[in-house]
Design a protein around this ligand. Structure first.
Ligand SMILES: [Zn+2]
Length: 223
């Protein structure tokens, strides 16, 4: 059980949400849209929470600034005037057909983007997953593409891999990082040191790629 309320005290520069639960320590999460959430124990006094926030303000400022710059760079995407495909921006044109053109992406509505992207790019993406799995000598039971809110991919206990179609919007190296990550889950289900060592074997730049991927998290809530 947990509960949340919004707070902006006189001392605090940013509005934040506080979520209390049966945990022992306090932690701060800043979403790619700059929503700040503080997780803390049931009994922690608000002055202690805010003292902690003040101590972390240098880091919070840095993350908020970086997110704000990225969101400003992508105002055309956020306002549905452009859309990413393989890491490149294309004009998003609203008309009476759904089509991937060489110069623009044409759709009837924002809601049609997922069907268009899935129809056009799922097959080659799934082939790419199997190709990588073969190179890694690992065997997913199945590979599917879905509309996912809140995650890029998933591997279930039966080794079925599911990927978010929004991955088609990302640069190829980030698509590959998510593919390698999920394939590694077919033999290691958690995020242990052994798991990351396995990922590193097939994608040595995984730390930088993981960070770059977080920069595209705002896309997941956009479609
Ligand atoms: Zn994972």
């Amino acid at each position: 059980m947990s509960f949340a309320y919004n707070s902006r005290s006189r001392q605090m520069k940013y509005k934040y949400e506080i979520i209390r639960s049966a945990r022992k320590s306090v932690s701060i999460n800043i979403s790619s849209e700059n929503k700040i959430t503080v997780h803390c124990p049931w009994t922690m006094h608000i002055t202690v929470v805010e003292k902690y926030l003040s101590e972390k303000m240098g880091w919070i400022d840095k993350v908020v600034k970086r997110n704000a710059e990225r969101l400003a760079d992508n105002d055309d995407v956020i306002e549905y005037r452009a859309v990413y495909l393989n890491g490149e921006k294309f004009p998003l044109v609203f008309c009476d057909e759904n089509r991937v053109g060489s110069d623009a992406i044409y759709v009837r509505s924002v809601d049609d983007i997922s069907e268009l992207y899935k129809a056009c790019f799922s097959e080659s993406f799934i082939e790419n997953v199997y190709r990588n799995a073969e190179l890694m000598a690992m065997k997913p039971s199945s590979v599917k593409i879905k509309n996912y809110k809140g995650r890029w991919g998933c591997c279930d206990a039966a080794n079925n891999l599911i990927f978010n179609y929004i991955l088609f919007m990302l640069p190829p190296e980030l698509q590959k990082y998510v593919i390698v990550h999920e394939i590694c889950h077919t033999i290691c289900y958690n995020h242990s040191a052994a798991f990351w060592a396995l990922v590193a074997k097939y994608e040595p730049r995984y730390k930088a790629l993981k960070k770059a991927l977080a920069g595209y998290n705002f896309l997941i809530s956009l479609y």
